[in-house]
Write a protein that binds this ligand. Structure first.
Ligand SMILES: Cc1cc2nc3c(=O)[nH]c(=O)nc-3n(C[C@H](O)[C@H](O)[C@H](O)COP(=O)(O)OP(=O)(O)OC[C@H]3O[C@@H](n4cnc5c(N)ncnc54)[C@H](O)[C@@H]3O)c2cc1C
Length: 443
């Protein structure tokens, strides 16, 4: 690629200088009432908000489906760090390093010829069709939001100071980066006792993740001679997904290393004495029984909601709290110039990286066609999902669940699942190939 090609690829924002886009943007007008937002070219501009699994895929494939588009990806972080594969790293399986989870954003933006800016989005004005960041303001013709999730501690702790302390000391590690590093340290420094993991209630990011994490931490304890036990507190009666496979692994691979407590509702936490208070439902007496469990360390995973950006954009959500979309497509019911995908979306799909990637392909094709004045039949190109979980490290053994999606005008979108719950080496070995495949597709 020549220097001229590269500048073309970056679009006219950067064409006048070799300064990074974020530095250039600082000199451009702020988006205040009456001021014109930054409008760099006559091309149709799509702004993709959030460079995770959904956003990266959409940005790449939008340029393929309509190369004439100006695509701008805005992502607050400067390094992409993956949540998928992180439990395997936590468990010390297969020599996975932090480097295997981390990628630079710049190479992808150069390779796939979209613009990239590392800024925090602070406002979206649907009427003016502008996105404001901590640095500047950008006009859009179409907007794609894939901002992921936020934690909803209010459902666990009424006192916000307790929520803050719990986050700081016992972060959920359901968002990548710093939280994962703290969890890794806690596992490596663990001296024994109870290591509590709480499974969130409601719909949450990556349903198998807490159960896979329990297996991987127990695997670490078992292989490092640590006299510790993972206590997995689940508000459900059985694991949210691949239940048979996880329960079998808990009982046979990790007897004495994992205690699974179903119907466990969190009632409070005492950070000084390090106890979690729960209530479990007793089917014999049809009553709730309180219990206090001591812990040496805890991975408290609270319920989840769409990332704040959805609130900022003022998009309507469904009764479960996720963004209401025009099925079978991905346009918000509030504004059909705004597409929402990934974990924030309200379609009845599992919240997974594979699904976000698959939806990114569909959105890129549909929006690419729309901006070319063509139509694209989404119902004939519905997304799909496969989700692997590693349950053992030596030998590597895994289980999986897949989802196929159907649509009819009468029943709407439906996701049907099929699972392989008998752990086996083929699945254990397939996990690395899946991970390398999906990250190459996005990055
Ligand atoms: C431990 C764990 C294991 C997992 N394992 C798997 C697995 O094996 N397979 C699988 O398919 N999925 C897995 N997942 C799920 C997967 O990580 C998510 O489903 C996926 O990341 C969702 O993609 P997304 O695009 O919706 O959100 P994300 O990937 O989280 O991307 C959202 C991006 O938006 C950015 N953003 C948000 N707000 C702003 C703002 N205001 N300004 C600028 N940027 C912003 C964020 O910084 C982030 O980079 C796992 C998750 C966890 C936590």
């Amino acid at each position: 690629m020549t220097r001229r090609d590269l500048l073309k690829g970056l679009g006219t924002v950067a064409a006048s200088s070799t300064l990074p886009l974020s530095l250039q943007a600082a000199t451009l007008p702020k988006c205040t009432t009456g001021k014109k937002p930054l409008n760099t070219s006559n091309k149709t501009r799509v702004i993709v908000c959030g460079g995770g699994f959904g956003g990266l895929t959409t940005a790449r494939y939008l340029k393929e489906s309509n190369p004439a588009l100006e695509v701008l990806l805005i992502e607050q972080n400067r390094t992409f760090v993956s949540c998928p594969y992180s439990n395997i790293w936590l468990g010390g399986v297969d020599n996975v390093s932090l480097e295997d989870l981390s990628f630079d954003y710049l190479s992808a933006s150069i390779k796939y010829r979209y613009n990239l800016i590392h800024e925090v989005i602070t406002d979206i004005d649907k009427k003016a069709q502008t996105v404001t960041t901590n640095n500047a303001c950008y006009h859009y013709d179409y907007l794609v939001l894939s901002p992921g999730i936020d934690y909803d501690y209010s459902q666990l702790f009424a006192d916000i100071s307790i929520a803050k302390a719990v986050y700081t000391h016992y972060p959920p590690a359901m968002k990548p980066g710093s939280e994962h590093l703290r969890l890794k340290k806690a596992i490596e420094n663990f001296q024994g006792g109870n290591f509590i993991i709480t499974v969130p209630s409601g719909t949450y990011r990556c349903p198998p993740a807490p159960y896979e994490r329990a297996c991987m931490i127990a695997y670490y304890f078992k292989t490092h001679g640590i006299k510790g036990k993972v206590v997995l507190l689940d508000p459900r009666e059985k694991p949210a997904t691949k239940a048979k496979g996880f329960l079998e692994s808990f009982q046979t691979l990790y007897r004495g290393y994992i205690e699974y407590i179903p119907t466990a509702e969190i009632k409070g936490i005492d950070l000084k004495t390090k106890h979690v208070n729960i209530e479990t439902f007793q089917t014999k007496t049809l009553s709730y029984v309180p219990k206090s469990i001591a812990f040496s360390y805890a991975n408290i995973i609270p319920p989840m909601k769409p990332a704040k950006l959805i609130d900022i954009a003022g998009l309507e959500c469904n009764e479960s709290g996720w963004v209401k979309l025009k099925a079978p497509g991905f346009e918000s019911v509030t504004d059909d110039k705004i597409y929402v995908l990934g974990d924030a979306g309200g379609h009845p799909f599992p919240k997974s990286g594979h699904m976000a990637n698959s939806c990114g392909h569909v959105v890129a094709k549909e929006l690419g066609a729309r901006t070319l004045g063509k139509t694209f039949d989404i119902a004939a190109h519905l997304p799909g999902n496969i989700c692997y979980s590693m349950v053992n490290g030596t030998p590597k053994e895994g289980i999986w669940v897949s989802h196929s999606v159907s649509f009819s005008k009468n029943t709407g979108l439906k996701a049907r699942s099929e699972a392989m719950v008998q752990r086996n080496k083929e699945t254990g070995n397939a996990i690395a190939s899946w991970y390398h495949g999906i990250t190459s597709d996005m990055l």
